[in-house]
Design a protein around this ligand. Structure first.
Ligand SMILES: Nc1ncnc2c1ncn2[C@@H]1O[C@H](COP(=O)(O)OP(=O)(O)O)[C@@H](O)[C@H]1O
Ligand SMILES: [Mg+2]
Length: 247
């Protein structure tokens, strides 16, 4: 379980997180929505210790990670798989090597076994015969899937998705949505999906948290957000220029 309380973060005096509270239960898929630039990626980076907060607590499985040393944060990341917005693959490595990278760097697994595991996890995300290819030879949707395979090779407890469908066509977006559900079934993990794609939210989320001005301003189930009278949530899901959210 992840319990975030009073999380604050500013960059050069500009507040991004202003006292954010959010609890993510084990085995749920939580969608975090909000307009571009509202701090969704900044929030994810705090969970894996890539950013440190100015104030607040992040309790992961009972421990406040904001007090962790750099080396403990490094170990903490074993619990997490993160699919970055740009798939962030290494072009100098083959697809198979990209996917197996974590096992190579963190375990003593023999190379042949890493290759077998990488191939299996690539099959799980629907990719075959790509082990020897370079990332540059793949389409955007395939790169996303390789990024996902790399993120889950160590079967992490928590999988973080940063805008997994942004920039993909609607069909590829739906393939990725199905994969988010499939990965969760196979690995029995907890997922946090940061997105502004409401079709994706309705398909994958158990609960939705909406960010605005550095706080969570709506928390509820997909059915709740459709009927809420919260003007911020309504403006966002209807995609209206007029309303309390000013960009
Ligand atoms: N490392 C950083 N240094 C300075 N400003 C940052 C940094 N990371 C993010 N920001 C700023 O924080 C705000 C929120 O960014 P981000 O979390 O990326 O938004 P989004 O919700 O689109 O993911 C933006 O104004 C961004 O410019
Ligand atoms: Mg972002």
């Amino acid at each position: 379980m992840i319990e975030i309380t009073g999380l604050k973060k500013s960059f050069k005096g500009m507040p991004v997180l202003t006292g954010l509270d959010l609890t993510i239960q084990d085995d749920e898929t939580m969608a975090v929505i909000g307009p571009s630039g509202c701090g969704k990626s900044v929030l994810l980076k705090h969970l894996v210790g890539l950013l440190r907060p100015d104030e607040g607590k992040i309790i992961i499985d009972g421990e406040d990670i904001t007090r962790y040393s750099d080396s403990k944060l490094y170990d903490l990341r074993e619990k997490f798989g993160m699919l970055f917005q740009s798939a962030a693959l290494f072009d100098s490595l083959s697809v198979g090597e990209n996917v197996g990278l974590w096992l190579k760097e963190h375990t003593k697994t023999p190379e042949t076994e890493i290759a077998v595991k990488a191939d299996r996890i690539l099959n799980l995300v629907g990719l075959r015969d790509v082990m020897e290819k370079r990332p540059s030879e793949l389409s955007g949707g395939m790169k996303k899937r390789v990024g996902l395979a790399r993120a889950i090779i160590n079967e992490p407890k928590y999988v973080l998705y940063d805008e997994p469908t942004t920039g993909l066509d609607p069909i590829m977006s739906d393939i990725i949505n199905d994969l988010i559900i499939k990965v969760r079934m196979e690995l029995k993990n907890t997922a946090i999906v940061v997105t502004h794609d409401m079709a994706s939210v309705y398909k994958v989320a158990d609960r939705i948290a909406m960010m605005h001005q550095g706080k969570i301003v709506f928390l509820g189930k997909p059915d709740d957000i459709k009927t809420t009278d919260n003007p911020l949530a309504q403006q966002f899901i209807q995609g209206k220029a007029q309303g309390p959210i000013r960009l």
